[in-house]
Design a protein. Structure first.
Length: 265
């Protein structure tokens, strides 16, 4: 079955006349003849699929990859199209191919995974911003203007604008803007602060220390805050160094056991 280009004018010159080929394809059983006819139909419509892929060239994906995705969508359209429904193949193929390309961007191009609703908000906000930029000069459209144009709430617009930054991520090895010393973005990121554990420990023992007898609190303060030796503490309190050592050990053990008991409980 030859596939011919229609003689009558058509909105797109890449839309071949395959109506008869599709009717024949539907009537054929699985086999080499049907597979060959299917391949000819797909090949005839490839220019249309490549035209649709070209609409997405500026989205950060290579054109060759977009052509492959569009071709996959075209194959799906050919396999699922039913000529008995009476609709032209192009009216079915265009949304099928376009949907396949959009799914590719949604599933493979986002650096951060965001819900589909947020992705759709991003697209509506981006398109509305582009439309308004053509009519507003000297400034960017406001959130309120985008919301009115896209029929969205201002909170939805802000959420969509935040998603605009989620499509791609900046490498931690990227150099800092305006820096001449070779520092990368990763060099300015902080790390875990070991002092945070100290803060947690201090808060955990604060009430237990306050409940100790006055002399034991004084001994702990002189030893751990004034950094006094046990012999100096003993001299100042008029007791033996051995007594100071026993009091320190007893206080620390008691506080530790109380804190651990509260934590486990």
């Amino acid at each position: 079955m030859p596939i011919r280009v229609p003689a009558r004018p058509h909105p797109h010159d890449d839309a071949p006349d395959t109506a008869a080929a599709f009717r024949e394809l539907a009537a054929l059983p699985d086999g080499p003849r049907r597979a060959a006819l299917r391949d000819r139909i797909v090949e005839a419509w490839l220019p249309m699929a490549e035209r649709l892929a070209g609409r997405f060239r500026s989205r950060g994906e290579s054109y060759d990859d977009l052509r492959q995705v569009a071709a996959l969508g075209l194959v799906k359209a050919v396999d699922r199209y039913d000529p008995e429904l009476g609709n032209a193949f192009e009216s079915y193929a265009v949304p099928t191919v376009t949907g396949e390309i959009k799914r590719h961007f949604r599933d493979h191009m986002w650096t951060l995974h965001v819900p589909r609703r947020v992705q759709e908000l991003r697209n509506r906000v981006r398109r509305s911003g582009q439309d308004l930029s053509q009519t507003i000069s000297g400034r960017s459209p406001t959130v309120a203007e985008i919301a009115a144009h896209a029929d969205l709430s201002e909170d939805d617009v802000r959420e969509g604008q935040a998603a605009l930054e989620s499509f791609t991520a900046l490498s931690l090895d990227a150099g800092l803007t305006g820096d001449e010393d070779g520092y990368a973005l990763g060099d300015v990121l902080g790390g875990p602060d070991p002092a945070l554990d100290t803060v947690v420990d201090r808060e955990a023992v604060k009430e237990r220390l306050a409940a100790l007898p006055e002399r034991e609190r004084a001994i702990l303060y002189m030893r751990f805050f004034d950094d006094m030796t046990q012999s100096r503490i003993a001299e100042q309190l008029g007791i033996s160094q051995m007594h100071v050592s026993r009091l320190l050990s007893r206080c620390c053990r008691r506080v530790r056991e109380q804190v651990l008991r509260e934590t486990e409980g």
